[in-house]
Write a protein that binds this ligand. Sequence first.
Ligand code: NAD
Length: 343
Amino acid sequence: MIDFRTHPSFDRHEHVEFVNDEAVGLAAIIAVHSTALGPAAGGCRIWRYEREEDALTDVLRLSRGMTYKNAMAELPMGGGKAVIYKMGADRTACMERFGEAVEAMGGRYITAEDVGASVSDMRAIARRTSYVAGIPKEHGQAGGDPSPWTSLGVHLAIKALLGGSVSGRTIAVQGVGAVGLGLCRLLREEGARLIVADVNAANLERARALGAEVAPAERIHAVAADVFSPNALGAGLNRRTIPELGARIVCGAANNQLETEDDGERLRARGVTYAPDYVVNAGGIISVSAEYLGESEAAVDARVRAIPDRLWRVLAMAETEGLLPHQAADRIVRERIAAAKRA
Ligand code: NAD
């Protein structure tokens, strides 16, 4: 087992749990970054990492990101995340075993879908724990796949950044999985032109069926567009891609889009408006939180529709205080968490 406390991405996380069960072939890590604002909520990513170290890096960064995202969205939730990096042949047994690990944390961590996980995975987890969301509920109740809410939040943010309409505008969408494809649908319905890229041929076909043009995956950031929307994996904005960006606005759902702190400055130097990832991609966790708290779908809708206002507040603060957008967002969050700790 790696010593997570000396890991460069360790940020005084409250708890890191390594789950290894050779009998079912499961290896997972659950990270609780902060419970200052409530139980640590954040999805479970299922991904093949080359090394356990890479899985740890991801879960430490992602769980910290959830603290910031949940606080920014004004949810009564802290930040946590899980990654499953080895899955045995019996997926259901693995998910049930993962559910037991979540249950053993006694409610400090609440799981849901993330990249690679599905509603049926959440159902298997729910056989072993009640600390799980992302499962369809009765009509009118919040619940189910959170990704359509994430797509909606990103769509509304893009629309706001373009002055209220996407009609006739070109949006380059990187990654047309659950969130990216949902986003493409919403953009298409309102008359946007789409250029998309993905490494998954079946997902690309679905986007093509919506009328999207296709660009090579390694060039999508560089195509001429009004907005570049990253909806694949993180670290897509970096020293290599930023000088080649073909759009003046970046707004998408992928978590941890900036590879390093310096990339925020690189974006500004290039005259690119960056919508901080965790400000605009909160739709899914807003749904997860409402499901866990037994709230209505109408409450989720209202909170997701508040995302553009929140984004404007962040961008305005960045402007007046001479900060980068992600620094302004971080400052708002840190003040909120400090106030909660004082209270
Ligand atoms: P997904 O797995 O359904 O889709 C991701 C897509 O990206 C897949 O189609 C995959 O093939 C594609 N992809 C992977 N590498 C690529 C590359 N190099 N170039 C182009 N495409 C590539 O995942 P999702 O649920 O749609 O999530 C997308 C992103 O949004 C992730 O970063 C996720 O963490 C983040 N996010 C998702 C939600 C949610 O509600 N699902 C909420 C917040 C943030």
